[in-house]
Design a binder for this molecule. Structure first.
Ligand code: GDP
Ligand code: MN
Length: 345
């Protein structure tokens, strides 16, 4: 009826507010998103689920970054999704640019060559994005004062209630890197990544810990097995990326031009670094966090999660992923064994 319609039209927007956790019960962290103005609706969708499942109770701020200024429409559309703080930042041309020694013309020639070979093969902006996510984001003015970050992207899904603070959980357990999905990379995008990684290891042995999870990414043949943590979800103690070893590794890779001449993703770069620089007790699979990014889905199969999730565990990619079961099986490798194996390959 007409009256009912008018009644609905008068409904105020729902705004449920929760008390934030006590200080000391949280970390100096934020939800960090790199996003384009054109992805407003995809990000609103991700944030709606993320808020409902976790963040309207835990109240971490959002840091949204863009290589172009955010439009007013974008800011308003995002502000309407959350009562939490949102900080908007723009990237400069150092953070969103070519690697040293790489010219626009040389990059363009390689994009032409690779455009039909794999997804984003011909995309220059995708190269800038991967380079930024690999070596720059953690030093951005809006990120550099944070100790922790949780990466979020447009068009992802969160299926389960998260009734605790994963940041605090990681901090208290001495964890440095958290992930949900571990697929295999398309080898064509990283043809020389392992060669250059090996060169870096040989020249920087003193930067490596005595034990690491190196054999999660490397077979006994000394080659890269394409396993990586899908970095569209990652919760990381940023001291990992700000370490001397990581900086040295990134600079080494950056100087080779491979971010442009090939299509090195930040996921394999982050993952290889985590595996070389951390040990197993510092890396955590968040099996309880149901999550989907276009392409792959994780849904917890634990019966106890059924009342808290809206996904089908039988369709979960993660229980079929070879890299995921390798992660469950492998143990730490000693540095001298790592050097022996890469020396042979
Ligand atoms: P995929 O996940 O590898 O398929 O790549 P996406 O297109 O999802 O990009 C990864 C992340 O970087 C997403 O959060 C995107 O919004 C963001 N992104 C990718 N390209 C650009 C770009 O050119 N500009 C900006 N501002 N963000 C980008
Ligand atoms: Mn994505």
């Amino acid at each position: 009826t007409r009256e009912a319609t008018l009644e609905l039209g008068r409904m105020p927007p729902a705004r449920v507010s929760f008390d934030p956790p006590a200080p000391g019960e949280r970390v100096n962290g934020a939800i960090v998103v790199l996003v384009r103005n054109s992805e407003l609706h995809g990000l609103r969708s991700s944030m709606r689920m993320f808020e409902d499942r976790f963040n309207r109770r835990y109240k971490y701020p959002y840091v949204l970054l863009n290589d172009e200024p955010f439009t007013e429409e974008f800011r308003d559309g995002i502000a309407a999704i959350t009562t939490n703080e949102v900080r908007f930042g723009v990237l400069n041309s150092t953070m969103w640019g070519y690697s040293p020694g790489v010219t626009a013309a040389a990059a363009q020639a390689k994009l032409e060559e690779n455009k039909g070979r794999y997804l984003y093969g011909g995309s220059l902006s995708y190269r800038f994005m991967c380079r930024f996510q690999s070596g720059m984001f953690f030093n951005h003015p809006l990120v550099r004062d944070l100790d922790w970050y949780w990466r979020l992207e447009p068009d992802v899904k969160y299926f389960c209630d998260i009734d605790y603070d994963p940041f605090v959980y990681m901090r208290d357990k001495g964890l440095k890197y958290g992930f949900t999905i571990a697929p295999r990379e398309n080898g064509k995008t990283v043809e020389t990544l392992w060669f250059h990684t090996r060169e870096w290891i040989k020249a920087n042995q003193q930067l490596l810990p005595d034990r690491s999870l190196a054999n999660w990414v490397m077979g006994t043949d000394g080659h890269y097995n394409m396993c990586h943590f899908w970095s569209n979800f990652e919760i990381v103690d940023l001291s990992l990326y700000r370490s001397e070893a990581y900086a040295s590794y990134f600079e080494h890779l950056d100087r080779t031009g491979g971010f442009f001449y090939e299509r090195w993703g930040d996921a394999p770069v982050h993952s290889i670094a985590a595996a070389l620089l951390l040990n197993k007790s510092q890396i955590h699979w968040f099996e309880d966090i149901g999550y989907e990014h276009p392409g792959n889905m994780h849904c917890p199969r634990d019966e106890a999660m059924h009342s808290r999730c809206i996904c089908d565990a039988d369709r979960s990619y993660t229980y079929r992923s070879a890299c995921q079961s390798r992660f469950a099986k492998v143990s730490n490798m000693r540095r001298d064994r790592l050097l022996e194996l890469i020396g042979q390959s």
